[in-house]
Each structure stands twice: as structure tokens, then as C-alpha cells.
Design a protein around this ligand. Structure first.
Ligand code: SF4
Length: 367
């Protein structure tokens, strides 16, 4: 096909997508692979679609992370956070410390507390229920966004329960919504390379569906920029879109750019040095155009820094995530600027785009 023909194809596809037409997996693949120099046209269409679906507000949530332990039985190749017995810098917070952290979060006026941790060898399902109960008791009224499908599967296996029972009891202990992390790339040959001990895709999908059916909404994520192909990215997005069609249980989609510096897969030559800037904004844009049943696309300032996050807001994203008073997962992998982002800085980047910053709850109500 000549250049002009290719241009027309792209323009038609983009105006269809911006106008609300569902694009196919084949189209999404073409956006990832065929139009390297047309990234600005693609982001402009995604921005138009963002305006129609989510309006002009740039949202954020005031939140705090509580990471319980960095000791983990798994050894995912992209993880610079987890420790093994005997390593330096291991921590494992007990009940008193977790309660204190939850009280501190409450006193800072956060509306959300997140917990994600390593899979501690001594954890059982009860360990998770206890942590959620301690936090809920110390921070009543604060939304608890915790766990992920890997943690649910681990708790179930350790306590000979079904994942559905674990989720129900987590909910009873105070869990309000679950993290859609541990998804990485939902294509098993890729998972076998980067996180062979993690649950397979089909189990991640099953646990997410169970959570949604139990009334526990979740986020949806992708971790890209390591050794996955464009086809793998599209397959992953297609799975998320299919689940959302069925359950409407995803609150948002969060692309997570691979932070390579301190990770085994990068050191061993199994992964490249992360996505480029073009790829980062293209991921946001393709997600906005392809995931037509997601209202919210979040850019992670923790992974990408505030400057790239601002470009993401021009490429289809409408949310900047959380203020994050405590963050150590990305820091472990070598990311900088991960500690806390003042809403004043978020406001500065939003206003620079002619948009307004609005504080939200975890479930995207006005806070
Ligand atoms: S990504 Fe999670 S499960 Fe994998 S090693 Fe790191 S802490 Fe453990």
C-alpha cells in the first residue's frame, strides 16, 4: 500500500475509534506496529476519546501504601523489591506497626490505604484477614485497596481454601477493592520467562472474575517494555476488554512501564531496558482507543515520572493515581521520585494542559 493509502486507513480507523466504534485486535496491533511516526495522530484521537468518555478533569486520590513485608517465596525476574531469607534489608511489620501506619494514614486525611507485599513464607489466609482487620479498625471509613490475584491464590493454597472463600473472607475483614496487579502480560509463554512461579493467565482471569462477582471491584494493569511482543500486548488488552464486557468490575486501566535497573531479567539479558517514551504514550493511547468499556485510564507518575505522566494525560489518560505517602515496590526496582507527589504539582501539570485537578475516591466519586 502506498503512503497516502496507509494515511487514509489510519485516519478512518482513528476517527471511528474516537467516535465510539469498537476497534478490532488487528487494528490495535496495527497501531502498535505500523505507524511509528504517526504517534501524535494516534494520541490526538485518544485525547478526543478521553474528552468524550471522561471529560476534562484530571483526577487523583489521596492515598498511602502499607507494605507489610518484602520477604517473598517467589522470585519474579522483573522484581527488584523482594528479598530471600538471609538477604540484607528484610522487613516484616507486626501488628503494632501496621496499626500505627494505618493510624498515621488516617491522620493524614487519606481516603485510601493500599497494601501489597511479598508472599511471606509463613503467611496463611488468616494473615491477610488479620492485616485487613487491623487496618480497618484503625482507619474506619478509609477505603482498603489491597491484595491481588497472586496473593489470593497464595492464601488459598496455604490454607486449603478456595479462592472464592478467601475473597469473601477478605471482604468481610475490610477489603473494599483489589489491585489488578500480578497481571504483567497475560500470555503464558511470556509469564514463563518473567515470572514462572506466578499464577497462569487463566487463574488470574478466574480470580478477577470471582472478585467482580462478589462485588469487589479491581483495577486492571499491564506491565510492558520487557520481552513481550506487540501481539502479546494486544492479547492482554483483549482479555481485559472481554472481562469488562462481562462484569464491568474494573475501575480503571493502569499501564505500568517496566523499570529495568535492578531486575534479574535485565541483568541476565532476558529483557530490554524498558519501553521508550514513544512506546509509553502509545500504550496509553492504544488503551484508550481499544478499551472502549473503560472510563478511566491512569498514568503512573511513580513509574514514569511526572513529565511523562503529563504527556500521558495528553494521550488519553484522565487520572494521575495517588499521592502515595509510602512506596517501595518501584523504588526497589530502581525507580526514583517514588515517595510522594504533592497535589500542588499535579495541579500545575493539569493546569498547564488547560484542565482542572479533582480529588476523587478510589471508586471515582468526587472526594
Ligand atoms: S513481583 Fe511480587 S510475587 Fe513476584 S517476587 Fe516480587 S514481591 Fe514476590
Amino acid at each position: 500500500m502506498d503512503g497516502a493509502g496507509m494515511d487514509r486507513d489510519l485516519s478512518t480507523m482513528l476517527s471511528d475509534a474516537a467516535g465510539g466504534h469498537r476497534i478490532s485486535q488487528k487494528d490495535a496491533l496495527r497501531l502498535f506496529t505500523k505507524y511509528d511516526r504517526d504517534v501524535w495522530k494516534i494520541t490526538a484521537a485518544a485525547d478526543e476519546k478521553r474528552e468524550k468518555i471522561a471529560g476534562d478533569a484530571v483526577t487523583y486520590v489521596r492515598n498511602q501504601n502499607i507494605n507489610v513485608t518484602n520477604l517473598c517465596v517467589n522470585a519474579c525476574g522483573f522484581c527488584g523489591f523482594s528479598k530471600k531469607p538471609g538477604d540484607e534489608g528484610i522487613y516484616f511489620h507486626d501488628e503494632a506497626v501496621i496499626r500505627e501506619k494505618a493510624r498515621l494514614a488516617k491522620s493524614r486525611g487519606v481516603s485510601e490505604i493500599c497494601t501489597v507485599s511479598g508472599l511471606h513464607p509463613a503467611f496463611t489466609a488468616q494473615s491477610y484477614f488479620d492485616v485487613y482487620r487491623w487496618i480497618s479498625e484503625e482507619a474506619p471509613g478509609v477505603h482498603l485497596h489491597a491484595s491481588n490475584p497472586m496473593e489470593v491464590a497464595y492464601a488459598a493454597q496455604k490454607s486449603q481454601m478456595t479462592t472464592k472463600e478467601v475473597l469473601s473472607q477478605m471482604k468481610a475483614a475490610g477489603l473494599n477493592s483489589m489491585c489488578g496487579t500480578a497481571a504483567e502480560i497475560l500470555v503464558d509463554p511470556v509469564r514463563e520467562k518473567i515470572c514462572p512461579q506466578k499464577i497462569p493467565s487463566v487463574e488470574w482471569v478466574r480470580i478477577i472474575r470471582e472478585a467482580h462477582h462478589l462485588g469487589v471491584p479491581t483495577t486492571a494493569t499491564i506491565m510492558y517494555g520487557h520481552c513481550e511482543s506487540d501481539e502479546d500486548r494486544v492479547r492482554h488488552l483483549a482479555l481485559l476488554r472481554e472481562i469488562q464486557d462481562e462484569t464491568l468490575g474494573f475501575t480503571e486501566f493502569v499501564p505500568l512501564s517496566f523499570i529495568h535497573m535492578n531486575t534479574p531479567i535485565f541483568r541476565n539479558g532476558l529483557a530490554r531496558a524498558g519501553a521508550t517514551g514513544r512506546e509509553d504514550i502509545l500504550m496509553v493511547a492504544v488503551a484508550r482507543l481499544f478499551l472502549d468499556n473503560f472510563r478511566n485510564i491512569q498514568v503512573s507518575w511513580v513509574k514514569e515520572g511526572i513529565k511523562m505522566a503529563q504527556l500521558g494525560l495528553l494521550a488519553g489518560a484522565n487520572d494521575l493515581g495517588g499521592t502515595m505517602f509510602e512506596e517501595s515496590i518501584s523504588k526497589g526496582a530502581g525507580a526514583t521520585n517514588t515517595d510522594y507527589l504533592d497535589p500542588k504539582e499535579m495541579q500545575r501539570v493539569a493546569e498547564d494542559l488547560g484542565r482542572t485537578l479533582c480529588r476523587r475516591t478510589t471508586l471515582y466519586k468526587k472526594a
